[in-house]
Design a binder for this molecule. Structure first.
Ligand SMILES: C[S@@+](CC[C@H](N)C(=O)[O-])C[C@H]1O[C@@H](n2cnc3c(N)ncnc32)[C@H](O)[C@@H]1O
Length: 252
């Protein structure tokens, strides 16, 4: 991941506001249950601002987190007790190095879409494998590519509008073009917000790698992990032609 691909400060700033509204309803309960059921330490790679981490910690989980974006880790640290900050670090999952082994490692909400090259994906799987206890579980999720979005892209879509403080508004606008051969979506994410009577805006260009079902199966087969199951949603349903998610469960 290049420097320009780390999450900028303004993305981290509005992250919880946006995703608590458009994502948490789908995945929160499922991942928290997995974390709480784990019989040993848990690691979240790409922990972000701690959408799961902070609540899991409050519920008594022995959870650790790493993320490549300092902006996201900073937000997370603001939300937890100082004496728990040793649990989170800025690290790249492709070079993961923690002096501990985990019962469960999770990479929720498209972390692997940030790993563009096969080489990075395999390195990440290898580092994760090395940090699992024997029999330990690794879970990550990806979106099922949408053929309509791949062919048409996204133009000036306002996908979030809300208040981030009393009387202060923020809006998010998405543009996207997909490259089917390289399986990459080139995204532009723009925020426009008010602050004390003035309007501000900032935007960020980044790439998301999209994966197909059998590619995921082949990728895991090239790693030392064993694929247990790919679910199609957070109700533990099998993959079906209507699935929007790949929820991939692997074991050491
Ligand atoms: C969509 S966010 C998900 C954050 C959190 N897991 C959640 O569910 O809200 C993806 C996160 O992956 C992180 N990330 C991307 N590439 C990474 C890498 N190579 N190593 C570690 N974290 C990475 C980003 O910085 C970002 O915080």
């Amino acid at each position: 991941l290049k420097e320009s691909e780390k999450y900028p400060e303004f993305i981290a700033r509005f992250y919880d506001l946006v995703y608590d509204k458009i994502r948490t309803g789908a995945d929160h309960h499922w991942y928290l249950k997995k974390i709480n059921e784990a019989r040993g330490p848990v690691l979240e790679v790409g922990v972000g601002t701690g959408r799961f981490f902070t609540e899991a910690l409050n519920q008594g989980a022995d959870i650790y987190g790493i993320d490549i974006s300092p902006s996201m880790i900073e937000k997370l640290k603001e939300k937890i007790n100082k004496n728990q900050c040793h649990r989170v670090q800025v690290q790249d999952v492709t070079k993961l190095e923690i002096n501990r082994k985990f019962e469960l490692i999770i990479a929720p909400f498209r972390v692997f879409s940030h790993l563009i090259e096969i080489d990075e994906q395999l390195k990440a799987l290898d580092r994760i494998y090395k940090h699992l206890k024997p029999g330990g579980i690794f879970i990550f999720d990806l979106y099922v590519p949408d053929p309509k979005m791949i062919s048409e892209g996204i133009t000036e879509l306002t996908d979030f509008e809300g208040a981030y403080a009393p009387g202060e508004k923020v809006r998010r606008i998405i543009n996207m073009k997909a490259d089917i051969v390289n399986q990459i979506s080139k995204v532009n994410m723009k925020f426009i917000w008010t602050e004390k009577g003035k309007e501000y805006s900032a935007d960020w260009d980044f790439k998301m790698r999209f994966y197909f079902r059998y590619e995921i199966e082949h990728l895991i087969a090239r790693s030392e992990l064993k694929l247990e199951k790919i679910y199609g949603n957070f109700n533990d349903n099998e993959l079906s032609p209507d699935s929007k998610e790949f929820i991939v469960v692997c074991r050491k």
